[in-house]
Design a protein. Structure first.
Length: 214
């Protein structure tokens, strides 16, 4: 007689229930890992160090680009003056706003990007001229009033206000249309000469750097 198998032997064993209340049987969350926090802190320290190293270089690059843009403004002003003189018997304009009135130059050309000045705005040319006449819309000092295109090459035609660059340097437009950058010592000498009524200033050594260049 064939013996039937024991049903208890064929029964699939049941898995033990997981005890979620027992910390030893649970995996710790990733954010609690000390190794992860150590890595995060290390990355933060490295990023902070890189930022502190790159910040001065970025600031210097920005300052230099603004200085070059300022020199470009003076160069455009010089070209506008030459154009006006060509159409007016060699006479230079009496004021810089004449170049705006004639449409030769827009108001933004007269604002140094390093200054606190703002563009003269308005819906019409007359409105822009009225705004330009107010303080804070021109960053440059013009010395060409009453002069003609026959001025000496070293005649200072215009220069930017020294405070534009904290009195450390400035760009100068000469009678030959060139723009030169001056350091603090040179600009102080130039301002002193101009205040004394000497233009062309003398004696003064022409700076060794073209406009905007360090």
């Amino acid at each position: 007689m064939t013996q039937l198998p024991d049903n208890r032997a064929l029964t699939t064993p049941r898995a033990e229930p997981l005890d979620y209340a027992t910390p030893a049987k649970r995996s710790a969350p990733l954010w609690r890992s000390p190794a992860l926090w150590a890595l995060v802190i290390a990355i933060a320290v490295i990023m902070l160090a890189l930022w502190s190293l790159l910040r001065p270089a970025k600031g210097a690059a920005t300052e230099r680009s603004r200085r070059i843009l300022c020199a470009s403004n003076l160069k455009q002003i010089g070209m506008g003056i030459v154009e006006y003189a060509y159409n007016n018997g060699g006479k230079f304009p009496p004021r810089l706003d004449v170049l705006i009135a004639s449409g030769d130059l827009p108001p933004d050309v007269f604002v140094c990007p390093c200054s606190d000045d703002e563009w003269a705005t308005g819906p019409t040319t007359q409105a822009r001229l009225a705004e330009f006449a107010k303080k804070g819309h021109c960053s440059y000092v013009y010395l060409g009033a009453g002069m003609t295109s026959s001025v000496p090459a070293n005649f200072v035609l215009a220069y930017e206000k020294p405070e534009n660059h904290r009195g450390e340097f400035m760009n100068v437009l000469y009678g030959d249309g060139s723009v030169w950058w001056m350091d603090k010592q040179q600009l102080n000498h130039l301002i002193s000469e101009l205040k004394a009524g000497r233009n062309p200033p003398g004696p003064i050594t022409r700076p060794a750097h073209s406009g905007g260049q360090p």
